[in-house]
Ligand binder design. Structure first.
Ligand code: PRP
Length: 185
C-alpha cells in the first residue's frame, strides 16, 4: 500500500521515512552487521508481528547465508502502553545455545519488551545476543537497552507503516508515517 492509497485518511499526518530511505538504511545496517560478524554464523530472531518487513529487507540485504526464527510475545498492559510483563505466544523453533543471536525489531519504545526478551534469550546460553532495530524512541525509554544497530532515532510520536500498526491497520503501508494524536488518545 502506497501513501496515496490512504491520502484521504486524515489520521495519517506526515511521512517520516519513505520506503527508499528505509531500505537504504537497512542496507547500511546489513553491511555493518556483515562486517561485525565476519567468520560467525548469525541467527536472526524476528519479533512478530511488527518486525516482518524489517526482517524481509534486512535479511535480503545481507550478502551471506542467515537462519531466521521468530518469536511472538505479548505484554500484559493496557492500551498502547507496555507494562514490561511479557508472555510468550510463540517460542523459537531453534535451540540457541552457542549461537550468535541477532534480534530484529521494528521499534524500541519504552524498551521494556526488549529488555525482557534479551534476558530471556541470554538464559538459554547463546554465544551472543545483540539487537537490530529500525526505529528507536529515545524520549520514551523507561529501561536502558543495549542496542547495537539502530536505523533511526525518532521523536515520541505514534508511528505506523512498514510493519507497525494501529489496531492492526497500516502494517502494509510502504512508508512510515505519524498518526494524528486524536486517533490514539
Ligand atoms: C512493538 C514492537 C516491540 C514493542 C516495543 O510490538 O514490535 O516488540 O512494541 O515496545 P516497548 O519498547 O515499549 O516494549 P507490539 O507489542 O506493538 O506488537 P506487534 O509487533 O505485533 O505490533
Amino acid at each position: 500500500m502506497e501513501r496515496e492509497h490512504v491520502e484521504s485518511d486524515l489520521d495519517l499526518e506526515q511521512t517520516l521515512f519513505t520506503e527508499e530511505q528505509i531500505v537504504d538504511r537497512l542496507r547500511e545496517m546489513a553491511a555493518e552487521i556483515d562486517a561485525d560478524y565476519e567468520g560467525r554464523d548469525i541467527l536472526l530472531v524476528g519479533v512478530l508481528k511488527g518486525a516482518v518487513m524489517v526482517m524481509a529487507d534486512l535479511a535480503r540485504a545481507l550478502p551471506r547465508h542467515v537462519e531466521m526464527d521468530w518469536m511472538a510475545v505479548s505484554s500484559y498492559g493496557s492500551g498502547t502502553k507496555s507494562s514490561g510483563v511479557v508472555r510468550i505466544l510463540k517460542d523459537l523453533d531453534t535451540d540457541i545455545a552457542g549461537r550468535h543471536v541477532l534480534i530484529v525489531e521494528d521499534i524500541i519504545d519504552t524498551g521494556l519488551t526488549l529488555s525482557w526478551l534479551v534476558a530471556n534469550l541470554r538464559s538459554r546460553h547463546p554465544a551472543s545476543v545483540e539487537i537490530a532495530t529500525l526505529l528507536r524512541k529515545p524520549d520514551a525509554l523507561q529501561m536502558e537497552v543495549d542496542v547495537k544497530y539502530v536505523g533511526f532515532d525518532i521523536p515520541n510520536a505514534f508511528v505506523v507503516g512498514y510493519g507497525l500498526d494501529f489496531s492492526e491497520k497500516y502494517r502494509n503501508l510502504r512508508c512510515i508515517g505519524t498518526l494524528a494524536e486524536h486517533v490514539y488518545r
